[in-house]
Design a protein around this ligand. Structure first.
Ligand code: HEM
Length: 402
C-alpha cells in the first residue's frame, strides 16, 4: 500500500529520488572525523530554538511594563515553562559553542577554500544573523542587562558620521530604549530565525553542490566516499546523544550557569548596573570594540569598524589563503598560527569580560592586553596571507587519495 502511494507521489514529485541522492545515498568522504558533527548539531539546535520559542511566545508579553513579569510567569506558573525558557536561553549558548567549533573546523581544514567559497559566505551571513538574533532575544526579558546591553549596543550607531544620532532615535522609536524598542526587537527576534532557517537551506544546497571537504583537504575519488546512511546518520545520532547529555546536565543541574544574575532584576532606566557585560559569546568582539580608545572623538567609530571588521574579514578569508594545500594538517606554519589565533580568542574573551578600566598583575591596564590581542586577531589573517602568498610555508606532502 505504502509503495503504491509513494509510486503515485514519485510520479508527480520525485521525492524518493531526492531523498536517495541528497540524504541516504549521498556520497560522503569516509574519513570525516567528529568535527564534522557540528553542522547537523547546529541544525538540531536551530530546531530546538524555534520550537521552544513558539511556545514561549504564547505566554510572553512584549510590553515594557509586562515583559519582565511575563517571563517570571512562564518560569513559575506555566506548565514546564521553566523548561521551555531554560532550553531557549541555554540553547542560545550551546548554539554559539556549536557554531564557533563549526567555524574553527572550517578554518583548520580549509573548508572555505575553492570550490566552497559560496558555502562559506552563506555561513558568515548566518553567523551575522545569529548574533543579531541573540542580541535581540536577550533584550526581551527586560532585565537590567537586557536594558543596558541594548542601550550600549544601539548607542554604537551614533558613531556613524552625520546621520548616526538620528539613526539611533529611529532605531529606538523614541529618545531612549523603551517600549517601542522592545516591540520592534520582539518582532525582529521572531522573524530572524526563519530567515536563518531559509539560509541554512541555501547553505546545505551549496554544500551538496560541491560536497564535503575532509580532514586531508584533498579532492576525492568515488571510491573514497561512502553513503551518508547508515554511516553518518549513526555518527550524527551518536554526537547528538553526547550533546544531549551535556546540554541536559546544564539544563537540569546548572541552568543559570551561563545567565547573568543582574538580568533577574527588572530593567531600571534610572540605575546603571556597576558592570555592563554582554553574553559570553560576544565578549571577544566587545574587547575589540573597546580596544580602540586612543583616537579621541574617532575612537567609537574606529572601535565599531574594528568590531564589524573582525567578522567581515571572514568573507575575504578564501582569498587571503593562497596555499596550494587546503588542510592545515599538512601546513605546519598555518597550524601554528591557527592555535595562536584560538588561544588569542580566549584572551579577547577574558579582556571583554573585565571592566574596561581594570588593571592586571603588575599594574598593566587591561586595555593594553586588549589592543595586543586585537592586533593578534587581525594579524592572523595578514600573516596567513603573507606566508602563503610568498611561499614562506612549505606544505608537507599530501596523500593523493584516501
Ligand atoms: C545556523 C547555522 C549553521 C547551520 C545549521 C549549519 C549547518 C551545516 C551543516 C549541516 C553542514 C554539513 C555538516 C558539516 O560539514 O558539519 C555544514 C557545513 C559547512 N558549514 Fe555550516 N552551518 C551553520 C553555520 C555556518 C557558519 C557560521 C559557517 C562559517 C562561517 C559555516 C561554514 C560551513 C562550511 C565551510 C561547511 C562545509 C564543511 C566541509 O565540508 O568541510 N556554517 N553546515
Amino acid at each position: 500500500m505504502s509503495n503504491r502511494i509513494m509510486a503515485w507521489v514519485d510520479e508527480r514529485l520525485p521525492v524518493t529520488e531526492m531523498i536517495k541522492s541528497q540524504a541516504t545515498e549521498y556520497p560522503t568522504p569516509k574519513n570525516l572525523n567528529y568535527w564534522w558533527n557540528f553542522g547537523s548539531l547546529a541544525l538540531f539546535i536551530l530546531i530546538i530554538q524555534i520550537a521552544t520559542g513558539v511556545f514561549l511566545v504564547m505566554h510572553y508579553k512584549p510590553d515594557a511594563v509586562l515583559a519582565f513579569d511575563s517571563v517570571e510567569h512562564i518560569m513559575r506558573d506555566v506548565n514546564f515553562g521553566w523548561l521551555l525558557r531554560y532550553m531557549h536561553a541555554n540553547g542560545a549558548t550551546f548554539f554559539f559553542i556549536t557554531i564557533y567549533i563549526h567555524i574553527l573546523r572550517g578554518m583548520y581544514y580549509g573548508s572555505y577554500r575553492r570550490p566552497r567559497e559560496i558555502l562559506w559566505w552563506f555561513g558568515v551571513i548566518l553567523f551575522f544573523l545569529l548574533m543579531g538574533t541573540a542580541f535581540l532575544g536577550y533584550v526581551l526579558p527586560w532585565g537590567q542587562m537586557s536594558y543596558w546591553g541594548a542601550a550600549v549596543i544601539t548607542n554604537l550607531m551614533s558613531a556613524i558620521p552625520v546621520v548616526g544620532e538620528d539613526l539611533v532615535i529611529w532605531l529606538w522609536g523614541g529618545f531612549s530604549v523603551g517600549d517601542p524598542t522592545l516591540n520592534r526587537f520582539f518582532s525582529l527576534h521572531f522573524l530572524l530565525p526563519f530567515v536563518v532557517a531559509g539560509l541554512v537551506g541555501l547553505h546545505i544546497w551549496a554544500l551538496h553542490a560541491v560536497h564535503s571537504n575532509n580532514p586531508d583537504g584533498i579532492d576525492l575519488e568515488a571510491k573514497d566516499n561512502i553513503p551518508f546512511h547508515p554511516y553518518f546518520t549513526i555518527k550524527d545520532f551518536y554526537g547528538l546523544g553526547v550533546f544531549l547529555i551535556v546540554f541536559c546536565s546544564f539544563l537540569f543541574f546548572a541552568p543559570n550557569f551561563f545567565l547573568e544574575p543582574d538580568n533577574y532584576i527588572e530593567a531600571n532606566p534610572m540605575q546603571t548596573p556597576a558592570h555592563i557585560v554582554p553574553e559570553w559569546y560576544f565578549l571577544p568582539f566587545y574587547a575589540i570594540l573597546r580596544s580602540i580608545d586612543f583616537l579621541g572623538q574617532f575612537s567609537k567609530l574606529a572601535g565599531v569598524l574594528a568590531m564589524g571588521g573582525a567578522i567581515a574579514i571572514l568573507f575575504v578569508l578564501p582569498f587571503l589563503d593562497r596555499s596550494p594545500v587546503r588542510s592545515f594538517r599538512y601546513r605546519p606554519l598555518s597550524r601554528a598560527l591557527f592555535w595562536i589565533f584560538l588561544v588569542n580568542c580566549f584572551v579577547l574573551g577574558w579582556v571583554g569580560y573585565n571592566p574596561a578600566d581594570s588593571v592586571i598583575l603588575g599594574g598593566v591596564p587591561i586595555v593594553f592586553v586588549g589592543r595586543a590581542a586585537s592586533a593578534v586577531y587581525f594579524g592572523y589573517f595578514v600573516l596567513l596571507w603573507f606566508i602563503t602568498q610568498f611561499g614562506i610555508e612549505k606544505p608537507k606532502p599530501v596523500p593523493e587519495s584516501l
